[in-house]
Each structure stands twice: as structure tokens, then as C-alpha cells.
Design a binder for this molecule. Structure first.
Ligand code: ATP
Length: 302
């Protein structure tokens, strides 16, 4: 028997970052949205842990560890430890989410594995326990379980759904190499040069724009505190932001810690136009995706 679970990429409509805390984490105030780029994770009972990684053309699968470092395997082991069980599984990952692109693909795989193994082994883990195990695996993992549009607090792992009346369309411009999240945070700290920031907050205007489902309003409230440090590390990305403006995107925003750049569009036909415009300008990996979409969910029992 096998179970396949699909989990979405995440973007951050607002990513407010505070000063590094004594616990080694940066406090975050973020609004996540799950968008329609997915990884599928299939699990089978097996005598020992194994993982295989495949993916779509735009995904650099060779950058994903195919051993115990894979977040999916770590998730499987964490779920078993939670239940005090000893078992193992073979995990097949089919990636549609860019690797090291600031869209939390590894976290999506971890969330998908938690749900898939829970169903494969009929563990009946309560949702709150799954969220807790997820939060220990990584800041973005609980959101990959929840999906939709959600507020993220703490270091992003404390998630709660947010009212979202929109049917948004995004265009994601991928980069030919990844950007390390820890390096972007280090640059963020360097830029502060010892200055202590107030606790980060999500602006009320963003919640209003989401509640109204108004792309023009949302475009004015998108913000990411990691954008400036990421652009310090990757000044070439400035050209992608300029390209977004020149093809008429409503707004451009760095996705998480980058290097993917997101462009907000005014519906699907506009997203297709923006995609075509960017492709004509020579951008090779450009994907259009709707949001919000569901969190990790079973797509097949076989
Ligand atoms: P972060 O979640 O740290 O913001 P990201 O969204 O930019 O990162 P991911 O695709 O999640 O990027 O991958 C970050 C790194 O995690 C990769 O470079 C890879 O080495 C490692 N990794 C471990 N497991 C996985 C996995 N299942 N899928 C993708 N990357 C993984």
C-alpha cells in the first residue's frame, strides 16, 4: 500500500523580521499564502529509510539530499518518535516547488510526509500534535499543513488562518541558483549594525486588502524585510524587479529569503500576459500560480 500527499509552495505577503533573539531566532510577523506549485510525496512501508527525489524541469533536484538529511526523512523519524514507534518507509518526492527558492519546498515535503505516514500507518495523530511536530521540524512546516492564507508568529511556526476573499494570481520568476536562508539573515543582522528593532507587526492595511480581495490594494501593502539584504547578496535581482514593472505587474516582491521574485497580477489573463512579457525579455523560468490553495492533502491511496 502507498499514500500520496500533495503540499503547496508558500509565499509571504508580508515578512516582518525583528532583531535576533537570545534563543537564536529572529521573531517574525508574517502573512503566508499557499500557492499552486506543489510537491507530491508518496510513502511505502519499507525495511529501512530511503528517499528518491524527482522533479519538473524547472527544479534542481540534484540540490536535494537523498539521504537522512532530507527533511522528509527527518519528518518521518520525528512522527515515529512522537508515537514511540520504530518503523521505516520509502519516500518518493516529486518536486514542482523550486529548490532553495524561498518557497519552502523542503518544508512542504516535511508536511506532506507527516500526513502521508500518519495515514499509511493509521496513527490518527490529532491535528494539534501534527502542528507541534511540524513546528519542531522547521518554522514553515506548520503552514504547509494548514495552507490557505495565514498569520505566522513566533518564528513563523505559530499559524492561524486569516480572512482572504481574493482569488489571486502570481507570477514567480525563478533564479538559476539558490540563495541560502541563513546567509540572508546574516546580512539582515549586519545591516542593522547592533540597532534593536521593535517587535515586528503585520500592517492592518494588508488584512483589509485581503478581506476585500482587491489586487490594487494588496499591491500597495506587500513588503518583505529580507528583500534588501537578499538584494545586497544578489544585486542582479534588481533587473527582475525592473522587468516586472516594465511588463505591467501590479507589484514585485522577493519570495521569503529569495531568490524567487513574485509578481502580483490582476487575474489569470493578466498573469499569462506578464508571463509572456517576461519570457520575451529572456527570463527562462517563469511560472504562473493561483493562491490561496489548500495545505497538505491526500491525493491518492494505492
Ligand atoms: P527555507 O525553507 O530554508 O526558506 P527555501 O524555501 O529557500 O528554504 P528549500 O527548497 O526548502 O528552500 O531548500 C533549502 C535547502 O534544504 C536545500 O538547499 C536542500 O539542501 C535542503 N533540503 C532538505 N530536504 C529537502 C527537500 N525535501 N526538498 C528541498 N530541499 C531540501
Amino acid at each position: 500500500m502507498s499514500v500520496t500527499v500533495r503540499a503547496p509552495a508558500k509565499i509571504n505577503l508580508h515578512l516582518g523580521v525583528g532583531s535576533l533573539g537570545a534563543d537564536g531566532f529572529h521573531p517574525l510577523a508574517t502573512v503566508y499564502q499557499a500557492i499552486g506549485l506543489y510537491d507530491d510525496v508518496t510513502v511505502h512501508d519499507a525495511p529501512s529509510w530511503a528517499v528518491e527525489v524527482r522533479g519538473e524541469r524547472h527544479v534542481r533536484v540534484l540540490d536535494v539530499p537523498a539521504d537522512d538529511d532530507n527533511l522528509a526523512v527527518r519528518a518521518g523519524r520525528a512522527l515515529l518518535a512522537h508515537h514511540g514507534l520504530e518503523r521505516a518507509a520509502r519516500i518518493e518526492i516529486h518536486k514542482g516547488i523550486p529548490v532553495a527558492g524561498g518557497m519552502a519546498g523542503g518544508s512542504a515535503d516535511a508536511a506532506a510526509t507527516l500526513v502521508a505516514l500518519d495515514r499509511l500507518w493509521d496513527l490518527q495523530t490529532p491535528d494539534d500534535d501534527l502542528l507541534e511536530v511540524a513546528g519542531r521540524l522547521g518554522s514553515d512546516v506548520p503552514f504547509a499543513l494548514l495552507g490557505g492564507t495565514a498569520l505566522g508568529e513566533g518564528h513563523g511556526e505559530q499559524v492561524s488562518a486569516v480572512d482572504d476573499a481574493g482569488a489571486w494570481w502570481w507570477v514567480a520568476v525563478l533564479s538559476d541558483r539558490g540563495l541560502s536562508t541563513p546567509e540572508v539573515y546574516r546580512r539582515f543582522d549586519e545591516r542593522l549594525d547592533g540597532l534593536r528593532l521593535p517587535a515586528p507587526e503585520v500592517p492592518g492595511a494588508l488584512r483589509v486588502a485581503l478581506g476585500q480581495g482587491d489586487p490594487g490594494r494588496l499591491a500597495q501593502t506587500l513588503a518583505n524585510d529580507l528583500q534588501a539584504p537578499a538584494l545586497d547578496l544578489r544585486p542582479d535581482l534588481a533587473a527582475v524587479f525592473e522587468a516586472g514593472a516594465s511588463v505591467g505587474a501590479l507589484a514585485s516582491l522577493l519570495s521569503g529569503s529569495g531568490p524567487t521574485v513574485l509578481m502580483l497580477c490582476d487575474g489569470m489573463p493578466h498573469a499569462q500576459e506578464v508571463t509572456a512579457g517576461l519570457t520575451a525579455l529572456g527570463h527562462e523560468s517563469v511560472l504562473a500560480a493561483p493562491g490561496p490553495v489548500a495545505g497538505a492533502h491526500v491525493v491518492e491511496y494505492a
